[in-house]
Design a protein around this ligand. Structure first.
Ligand code: SF4
Length: 735
């Protein structure tokens, strides 16, 4: 189907100095955990986006020198010839698809933990890092020689990047990197020509851009990643006004071929630039970035805003808010987003849901994964492509029992591979437990998990979807007539207070009683009282959703109790923790940490402090110490306790089928597998991955268990692996 002409504007080329962007799609810098350490994963991951139509594809932040080592976080590095070779694979793969390769040059000043290199980072004023307080990270104040060395680091890294094949060299003057620290009056207390007035504070960025441009600008485009505001509330109220003045001053220098602008809050880790959909909607940064285009005139401007709708995209371009659609998460969820728009297949776009699970992986020093796109990060190591599926040589019939996220994904991929698929769902709608989740406060966009798969299943002629079949028994399954069976019956919240803390039910936490509810019961309308305690053993989104729901219903008291050190602890990784705290403050939701349920009684819950019973800290005699055991309890008066303690797999059907394994052959059932939450209740991202993987490997030797993947590692003794005594790499730099 041809695209509507109104979208043609998205496919106009844009001149970027000596380079030409083939369309208006720009995958902005985003972290992955791949860096130069996993060059195959990096190249294949980014190349898939280029293949899917992204005109420019960037790296993650790439440190220009070992003084800015982010370990244990894997950012990029452009330190020596090895990095040139490794990133060269990425550039070559992008060029095969006519995409421009972009790199962000990064040096994080006083925030560089340097836990691998043990070097001392330089910064404007020799300050402790407020981004990593627990690591007592400090910068060392630069003198003139140090500033010269810093500038050299950028230039040499830029030259290496050119050697690797990068087309766009982006200087980070954002995310509290050292050029931003020079700019920021909270980091720059210098009284020489590099501090004080705005003009002086801007001098480092201008000098850096000038030198990079002189060295590389004739053949590479030079861009900037810039924040008009760092969104730090009381910490930097003046920044926004200064932010636009800086745009004016910098633009006047004529050094830039493109501006990529956003907001930021690196220090608080609140993630306002990569805000989750629970807190910020499409184009939420508009008030902060919309004036940049008016200042810089003809220089192309890139905006991010988790744009997934082509109508939103053409809206911001036609409004002259920006020229280029920047995207990180939408390009992860659907690397083929531009191509689908180009081909008039808007309904096939796999829209990012803004859950920030991708972010959470990076924040745990892990590798990027995505809820919507199970192939993300698996392009190289598992050979998966988001849009291409190997046809099966054994097109047997498959019954998938359960139409939640995992079952739907499995059925979709099996269908794409040519199997004859029957997806049977007990309920009258697809979605499983995710239907309720998408009705939680702020979680409506998460419903895209279901709608995308529902649309795709509807297009597959070899997939039959049967709704409202009720719970299937083992007899139903065995007599269904399918060659193979996949059980995807999901999980439910514990109805007895069973949880991760003590692995036992909590006396009185009985969801059949009127004063105790599970999240399902709350969403299905079970009555709740005026004073509510949410007992949260999940620590992600369910507890806070229940608490907000209760607050929105006007309850007189809402208290979250968690066993964890932090309320909504997982959201530290999704970068929602700060906004969750703001939410709790605004809605008067109180909390108690490091406590767990002892008993639920009429009118109250009794809690114990996790560190109540433990070894005494002093010896009662040399070499002997007491175990302290008390019965001290904390009580909270309440009318309702919502128990989000843990989820329990709905594995009864699978177990019954296993018990009757001897009857499979006589019913012509060759195999029974289980996927998703009925195997082990995990995050939706992992359940979807589970269904996807089984379907990809369905005709493999042991589909229930994953095939090995390619591990990217150096192998001792291999000719490319440095041996003991080998010369250390030579790095050209003037320190
Ligand atoms: Fe979007 Fe969630 Fe995927 Fe990240 S993990 S790209 S936020 S759908």
């Amino acid at each position: 189907m041809a695209r509507e002409s109104k979208y043609d504007i998205l496919f106009e080329p844009i001149k970027l100095g000596p380079k030409t962007l083939k369309n208006r799609f720009w995958q902005t810098t985003h972290c992955t955990g791949f860096g130069a350490e996993r060059p195959g994963t990096q190249a294949a991951f980014r190349a898939t986006k280029a293949e899917g139509g992204w005109g420019a594809v960037f790296t993650e932040a790439v440190a220009v020198h070992p003084e800015s080592d982010e370990y244990p976080f894997t950012l990029g590095r452009m330190w020596d010839e090895g990095d040139v070779i490794n990133y060269g694979h990425m550039c070559d793969s992008l060029h095969e698809h006519d995409a421009l390769a972009g790199i962000q040059l990064w040096y994080s000043g006083c925030h560089a933990p340097n836990m691998e290199t043990r070097e001392i980072p330089r910064d404007p004023s020799g300050l402790p890092s407020n981004a990593f307080p627990e690591r007592t990270v400090f910068g060392a104040e630069c003198d003139e020689d140090d500033i010269r060395a810093l500038l050299n680091m950028y230039v040499l890294a830029a030259k290496r990047a050119q050697d690797a094949g990068f087309d766009i060299l982006e200087l980070s003057v954002a995310d509290n990197t050292v050029p931003a620290q020079f700019l920021d009056h909270r980091y720059n207390y210098r009284d020489d020509g590099w501090g004080g007035s705005l003009k002086n504070r801007l001098r480092f960025a201008i000098q850096c851009l000038t030198e990079v441009r002189e060295a590389c600008g004739s053949s590479s485009a030079i861009s900037i990643r810039y924040e008009t505001d760092d969104i730090l509330g009381a910490l930097s109220l003046q920044y926004f006004e200064e932010g636009l003045t800086i745009v004016e001053l910098l633009h006047a220098e004529g050094l830039l071929d493109a501006w990529s602008v956003k907001i930021g809050d690196y220090e608080e880790w609140a993630g306002e630039d990569a805000a989750s959909s629970r807190f910020r909607k499409t184009n939420w940064m508009k008030p902060f970035v919309e004036d940049v285009k008016g200042i810089v005139g003809d220089v192309p401007v890139v905006n991010n805003g988790r744009f997934t709708s082509p109508d939103d995209m053409i809206g911001v371009i036609n409004d002259r808010q920006c020229d280029i659609i920047g995207a990180a998460r939408p390009s992860i969820a659907d690397p083929y987003l531009p191509k689908k728009i180009e081909e008039g297949r808007n309904e096939d776009i796999r829209e990012c849901i803004g859950c920030n699970m991708c972010v959470s992986r990076m924040q745990q020093q892990a590798l990027l994964s995505c809820t919507q796109n199970a192939t993300s990060g698996e392009e190289y190591r598992r050979g998966w492509h988001p849009e291409k599926f190997e046809k099966t040589k054994d097109p047997c019939s498959v019954l998938v029992v359960g139409g939640g996220p995992s079952g739907m994904e499995c059925a979709r991929v099996l269908g794409m591979r040519g199997y004859d698929v029957h997806l049977c769902e007990a309920d009258k709608d697809l979605g499983g437990h995710w239907k309720r989740v998408a009705r939680y406060p702020r979680c409506a966009e998460w419903g895209r998990v279901t709608t995308y798969r529902e649309i795709q299943l509807g297009k597959l002629k070899n997939v039959e979807v049967h709704l409202g079949v009720g719970e299937m028994s083992a007899d139903d399954v065995l007599s269904y007539g399918a060659d193979k069976v996949v059980i995807a019956t999901g999980a439910h919240w514990a109805t007895n207070g069973m949880g991760p803390e003590i692995h036992k039910p909590i006396p009185g936490a009985d969801a059949s009683l009127p004063n105790v509810c599970t999240p399902e019961q709350v969403m299905d309308g079970k009555a709740t009282g005026e004073r509510v305690v949410v007992l949260d053993g999940e620590g992600h989104f369910t507890g806070i959703a229940m608490a907000e729901l209760m607050a929105d219903q006007g309850k007189s008291a809402v208290t979250m109790v968690t066993n964890m050190n932090e309320v909504n602890e997982y959201t530290l990784y999704t970068m929602e923790a700060t906004n969750n705290k703001r939410l709790m403050y605004e809605k008067n939701i109180t909390h108690m940490r490091n406590h767990w349920g002892h008993a639920v009684l009429p009118g109250k819950i009794q809690l114990f402090y996790l560190y109540r019973d433990s070894p005494e800290l002093y010896e009662i005699e040399p070499g002997k110490w007491n175990r302290r055991e008390t019965d001290h309890l904390v009580e909270i008066e309440c009318d309702t306790v919502i128990i989000c303690t843990t989820r329990i797999p709905n594995n009864g059907l699978f177990k019954k089928l296993k018990v009757r394994k001897g009857e499979w052959a006589e019913n012509e059932v060759q195999a029974v597998y289980r996927i998703g939450d009925c195997h082990a209740p995990r995050q939706c991202m992992n359940a979807i991955y589970d269904g996807h993987r089984l379907a990809r490997e369905f005709d493999g030797p042991h589909p229930q268990y994953p095939l090995p993947f390619i591990r990217e590692r150096q192998i001792w003794g291999h000719e490319t692996y440095p041996k003991l005594g080998d010369a250390r790499p030579v790095v050209e730099i003037d320190l």
